[in-house]
Design a protein around this ligand. Structure first.
Ligand code: GUN
Length: 286
């Protein structure tokens, strides 16, 4: 069994990003910039945002964290995004999700300039991704695809089951796998006999937020398990959506939690920010 080590791989990607940033600064005289908007006081979101800002700093990317209280109106948020769309120092704009209930997430995501949409959540980028055109890819599925590539896991012709159909992970994951010529099944909480699907899968990607849901007896021998979940048990322990100890002996490859998919997400966000800056420089130099 091979552990898919996201900690190690993300460190390698962050080094790549550093080199790319240095080249942009030295040769093109531009510094990539990222704005992260954090609305409200959700503790998990605040932690993620702090990690994103720190990773930018380490990579030489200029970053601003714009904190706004829960009480802001949708209009105020949209005005902030409009300002950032115009700000030439900012190549990427990311609105940390989830947003408070009184704010319409779709309207907010559509307000971001698609050329600065480093999360890849704007319908323009979603459409381009589905059509297999160049776009910003959502960071988590992008990171999982990079993991497959780095560990030489073939996708063409493979049966892949994606459990979870969120806009952030499950749906874009399924699109990227489809474009890679996998045979993709997307399951959700209404799926009848989930185990019948997973037992037929060469690769299972799970992103549901239910601790330890995927068990070894749901897998075929030689499966690959990608666990996007990160859940804190009452004991304080962090676990994935897959029961790692129960699954590992069935697997040729499996991601640990923590240290699997999680660290890849921020690394790919940095990649997207450098891509945004590179594309801007190309447009401006024409
Ligand atoms: N909340 C959970 N994951 C993400 C993500 O990838 N991007 C943003 N903006 N918010 C999130």
């Amino acid at each position: 069994m091979t552990l898919l080590d996201g900690k190690e791989l993300s460190a390698k990607i962050k080094e790549e990003v550093k080199v790319e940033v240095s080249a942009l600064v030295d040769e093109k005289h531009i510094t990539p910039g990222l704005a992260v908007i954090l609305v409200g006081s959700d503790a998990a979101s605040a932690t993620y945002v702090a990690s994103k800002a720190k990773a930018c700093k380490n990579a030489g990317i200029y970053s601003v964290v714009h904190e706004m209280p829960d009480s802001i109106t949708q209009e105020e948020l949209l005005e902030t995004i409009a300002m950032m769309n115009k700000n030439p120092k900012l190549d990427g704009i990311l609105v940390q999700l989830p947003l408070p209930k009184h704010i319409d997430t779709t309207v907010v995501l559509e307000a971001i300039d698609p050329l600065k949409d480093v999360d890849g959540f704007h319908p323009y980028n979603v459409g381009r991704m589905v059509s297999n055109l160049d776009s910003f890819l959502p960071a988590t599925p992008f990171g999982v695809m990079r993991m497959f590539q780095e560990y030489g896991i073939e996708l063409s012709g493979k049966n892949v089951v994606v459990i979870g159909s969120s806009d952030i992970v499950g749906k874009p994951m399924a699109s990227l796998l489809t474009n890679a010529k996998a045979t993709v099944t997307v399951c959700n909480s209404r799926t009848k006999d989930l185990a019948a699907h997973t037992k037929a899968a060469d690769i299972v990607v799970i992103a549901v937020g239910v601790p330890l849901m995927l068990k070894g007896d749901m897998l075929k021998d030689g499966a690959v398990v990608i666990d996007v979940g990160i859940n804190r048990l009452d004991t304080g322990k962090l676990v994935g959506d897959a029961d790692f100890e129960d699954c590992k002996d069935k697997c040729t490859h499996i991601t640990p939690v923590p240290g699997g998919v999680g660290p890849m997400t921020i690394a790919m966000l940095l990649k997207n920010t450098v891509k945004a800056a590179t594309l801007r420089e190309k447009r401006e130099s024409k």
